[in-house]
Design a binder for this molecule. Structure first.
Ligand SMILES: [Zn+2]
Length: 159
C-alpha cells in the first residue's frame, strides 16, 4: 500500500474526511497514511489547505538516525535520536548528517540543545564531530481510523 503524508492548515479536516479503516500514523506536524496519493489529493481539495506528498517509498516503517556527537565543550559525547519520517530514504538521512543541514555546527548545536543537553548554540563551522551514526528503520504502531468519514465545516459544496 502506498504511503502518503499530509500537513497544513486544514490537516485535521482532511483527517476527519478519511474513510474508516484508513491506516494512519501521526508524525509530529504531519500525518502519514496508507493511501494512494491521487485519492488523498482529491479528498484534500474538498477540505481546504493541505499539502499532500508521496512518500519516498512504500516502506511503512520509521526512518531513524542515531548519531553520537562530540565537542570539546561537552563533558561526554552526546547520543541523539532523530525520527525522519515513515519511509524516509536511508541514503538521504546519511547525507543530511554528513554533508547536508545536520553536518554544520549551527544545526548540530541546536540538535544537542533540543536533546536537553546543557550546551550553547554555535555558528557555522565543523567543530562538532560526528563520531558514530546508525540509520535504520523501525516498526511503528500504525493506527486504524474508526468511525465514518465526517464532513468538516470547511468542506466546500460540490460544484
Ligand atoms: Zn551552519
Amino acid at each position: 500500500m502506498p504511503i502518503t503524508r499530509f500537513w497544513g492548515r486544514d490537516a485535521e479536516a482532511l483527517f476527519d474526511a478519511l474513510p474508516a479503516g484508513t491506516k494512519y500514523y501521526p508524525e509530529g506536524g504531519a500525518w502519514a497514511v496508507q493511501m494512494a496519493e491521487r485519492p488523498l489529493r482529491d479528498l484534500a481539495d474538498t477540505v481546504g489547505e493541505c499539502i499532500v506528498t508521496d512518500s519516498n517509498d512504500n516502506d511503512d516503517r520509521m526512518t531513524v538516525a542515531i548519531v553520537v556527537l562530540d565537542h570539546p565543550d561537552l563533558a561526554r559525547p552526546v547520543t541523539i535520536r532523530e525520527d525522519l519520517g515513515i519511509g524516509f530514504p536511508l541514503d538521504t538521512t546519511e547525507w543530511i548528517w554528513t554533508q547536508g543541514n545536520s553536518s554544520c555546527d549551527c544545526n548540530r548545536s541546536r540538535a544537542i540543545i533540543r536533546a536537553g543537553i546543557d550546551f550553547h548554540e554555535l555558528g557555522c563551522g565543523d567543530t562538532i564531530e560526528l563520531t558514530k551514526m546508525l540509520v535504520y528503520r523501525e516498526d511503528v504502531p500504525w493506527r486504524v481510523k474508526d468511525g465514518p468519514a465526517r464532513a468538516h465545516p470547511n468542506r466546500k459544496s460540490s460544484p
